[in-house]
Design a protein around this ligand. Sequence first.
Ligand SMILES: [Fe+2]
Ligand SMILES: [Fe+2]
Length: 192
Amino acid sequence: MFLTNVLNESDCQPIKKSYDQWYTFMDKNVEFWLPDSELHTKNHCARVLLLALLIGHQKGLSHEEKDTLGMAAAFHDSRRLNDGVDKGHGIRAAEYYKDFCREHELPYDVQTYYITSYHDQDDSFGLSEITNSPVVRERGVLLYKIFKDADALDRFRLGPNALNVNMLRTEEAHRLVDFAKDLLQKSNETNS
Ligand SMILES: [Fe+2]
Ligand SMILES: [Fe+2]
């Protein structure tokens, strides 16, 4: 299992089972349009998954809410056309997620759809779409912020100065900056 070395650390014990479940799901089921991408790999999604679950755990999210984050991590960068900003890959990934649920008779989670859909948009736009949606519960705003922070914390793969910590939305993410650097380094070391 990718990142096993990190997951065996005590901080990660509470989220290990959930990580294993969603990592296995992604590895087995989710097809990426850019399989040779260097920046938006399944390994990137695995680190986002781990970071989102950690922040979610520290926020005291329910099991269901953590599943929402897990599913979003698995799908969010699967429909990229290039490694740039590629605005629109969020909605394409969300549609892929929705189709996947229909085709595989999986329960569809509208919050996963919204988070995935707007993760590539500015907060002001994403948050207003989520807030104005009649189907997304109030918790959707918190889940969106957690997910975007987890995705942002993996920006160190782009360079040592690629993360602007002032852009982080949650206290928990601020406290995980060093952890995220370490996570990247360890994941490069194992490269499995
Ligand atoms: Fe993305
Ligand atoms: Fe991402």
